[in-house]
Design a protein around this ligand. Structure first.
Ligand code: NAP
Length: 314
């Protein structure tokens, strides 16, 4: 049976891949993000896949905007079955070198707006005695890494908030709350981040695809689970962080500088923390090789090598 699904943060990365995944299932979609142009692109992609879609440009931090979004969803599709919240921003830099207003806006967007999503969604679900809320955390809600203090603080907060909501939701059967915790995902978030470090961020390997996280989210909407980890080394990192904290703390800085930051120099900037950058939005971030392109290149190289061998034999 088709559902009405609200996705906040639908214009890029995991949210956009999730919109496509739900659209392919014939679900009705209410898509939200700040950039109207990119949101219209995603709306058209999902409509082309056969889904009924309402696109609502909005900022999750604007007071009242999430309640208005829920009202718009209810007016268009008569209720909300699931709400997937993926909107987030990041800022790189040593804690004391990130401007306090940037740090606070990261926490406002990544934690307080998620709390407001939960408040609005749970209110609607309680009235209907049913609904699934899917929040997006991170492996960084269980471990820490330097130069991402605002993001890490928000994701740890979201972890605690979600567990609390899950405990409260035990009193309301029919309402389910899930937390998706990805590791490194190939999305634009790393280049869209604010930066006060002088070096651009990048996803440390192993990197997974936003489509894989999207499938985990849709699976959660089908069969809700308390927490879903997506990333091959997530459990390994959590084990090291918890069981060997001294060793973890010695290694995490050098590993972050080696694998989590590129050598590309960059001046201080606010990224998308306060305003969107539509030109930087896409499903993928370009950190993983484009497989069809690699196959084509391998084919061309093999053909060239074959003809070189044949020429030498003549
Ligand atoms: N990529 C990873 O490696 C990774 C790993 C672990 C967890 N995650 C989590 O996965 C989720 C999605 O991240 P992503 O990598 O897909 O990021 P992304 O590609 O940068 O997408 C972020 C989305 O959030 C929206 N957004 C940001 N601020 C907003 C605001 N104030 N109001 C409304 N929408 C807003 C953006 O659109 P506008 O800018 O147009 O508003 C965009 O649609 C986040 O919660 C992130 O923390 C990602």
């Amino acid at each position: 049976m088709s559902r009405t699904v609200v996705i906040t943060g639908a214009s890029s990365g995991i949210g956009r891949a999730t919109a496509r995944e739900f659209a392919g299932r014939g679900d009705r979609l209410v898509l939200a993000a700040r950039s109207p142009a990119t949101l219209a692109e995603v709306r058209d992609e999902c409509r082309a896949a056969g889904a009924a879609v309402l696109g609502v440009p909005m900022d999750v931090g604007t007071p009242g905007a999430l309640a208005d979004l829920a009202d718009a969803a209810a007016a268009e599709f008569d209720g909300i079955d699931a709400w997937v919240h993926t909107a987030a921003v990041m800022a790189y830099g040593r804690f004391d070198e990130v401007p306090s207003e940037v740090f606070e806006q990261v926490v406002r967007t990544d934690l307080l707006a998620a709390a407001e999503v939960a408040r609005v969604a749970l209110g609607r679900f309680r009235a209907a005695s049913a609904g699934t809320l899917i929040l997006t955390g991170s492996v960084l809600g269980h471990i820490t890494a330097p130069y991402m203090s605002g993001y890490v603080a928000a994701k740890w907060g979201l972890q605690g908030l979600t567990r609390t909501l899950q405990q409260e939701a035990r009193e309301t059967p029919g309402i389910r709350i899930c937390l998706i915790n990805p590791g490194s995902v190939d999305t634009p978030v790393y280049r869209q981040a604010a930066n006060y470090l002088g070096r651009t961020g990048r996803p440390p390997p192993p990197i997974t695809t936003p489509e894989r996280v999207a499938r985990a989210i849709v699976h959660c909407a089908d069969r809700p689970r308390r927490e879903v980890s997506v990333g091959r080394l997530n459990l390994f990192f959590r084990f090291g962080f918890t069981v060997l904290p001294g060793v973890y703390d010695v290694l995490v800085g050098p590993l972050m500088r080696l694998a989590g930051l590129s050598n590309q120099p960059i001046g201080p900037h606010e990224g998308i923390v306060f305003a969107p950058n539509p030109t930087g939005e896409a499903v993928r971030g370009g950190w993983l090789p484009d497989l069809p392109q690699v196959i084509r290149a391998l084919g061309t190289a093999t053909a060239a090598a074959g003809s070189a061998v044949r020429r030498r034999r003549r």
